[in-house]
Design a protein around this ligand. Structure first.
Ligand SMILES: [Zn+2]
Length: 214
């Protein structure tokens, strides 16, 4: 029965790593001939971190026994989206605790909790100010501090204020941001964080000065 099976490690596209998955349904099949046998198990699995659901197929063929014993081949659907190396690296450029708060916010978004996602996005802005050493009596002042310290253009700070408003509405008035607002807010914060934390790493691959200049 599905509910008696232990969680298994499966690659989760949403969490972008291997996570424990609950097996919602499992359909084992077997075949056998005179001197060979094999099995294929089809499973529907749910990520215990973000509740994303995937389909897993694991197969075994007796002719594929390795030196250490049984060899199982595993496929997971849908397959992870193609990403460039830089896309893979960009979120891991975020320093701690910004990175952890980003991951938690992605996770609550995936679990379908818009109010908490709105609060998480606001907390991300707080964490950005903290990482840049910006102090202020409230988040509005800290966002202005990012501009004053040269980390951000005034127009970009205006976007962060809009995220602050969204987070305030979620935290204090329990107003759910729409899924479109959440998508836009993620795009904005990821673009700003990429500029602050990933571009400096990428730019190191370019020449620092014109080789023809003295
Ligand atoms: Zn997940």
């Amino acid at each position: 029965m599905a509910d008696t099976e232990s969680p298994i490690l499966v690659r989760c596209n949403a969490c972008q790593r291997e996570t424990n998955h609950t097996i919602i349904a499992s359909h084992p099949t077997e075949w056998r001939s005179e001197d060979e046998h094999g099995s294929t198990t089809f499973q529907i699995c749910e990520c215990m971190g973000c509740n994303d659901v995937c389909f897993r197929r694991s197969s075994f063929y007796s002719g594929d026994m390795g030196p250490d014993g049984r060899v199982e081949s595993v496929c997971v659907f849908p397959e992870p989206p193609e990403r460039t190396q830089d896309e893979h690296e960009s979120h891991t450029d975020y320093p701690s605790p910004l990175f952890e708060i980003y991951c938690e916010t992605v996770s609550v978004r995936r679990s379908g909790a818009p109010t908490l996602t709105g609060i998480g996005l606001r907390t991300l802005v707080e964490a950005l100010c903290h990482d840049k050493g910006i102090k202020g009596k409230n988040l509005a002042k800290k966002i202005e501090g990012l501009v004053a310290a040269g980390h951000m253009a005034p127009q970009h700070a205006a976007y962060l204020h809009q995220m602050r408003f969204m987070g305030n509405s979620a935290a204090h008035r329990f107003e759910k941001p729409t899924s479109e607002q959440i998508t836009v807010a993620f795009k904005i914060i990821e673009t700003l964080l990429e500029g602050l934390y990933s571009l400096p790493r990428m730019a190191r691959k370019l020449p620092a000065k014109d080789g023809r200049e003295p």
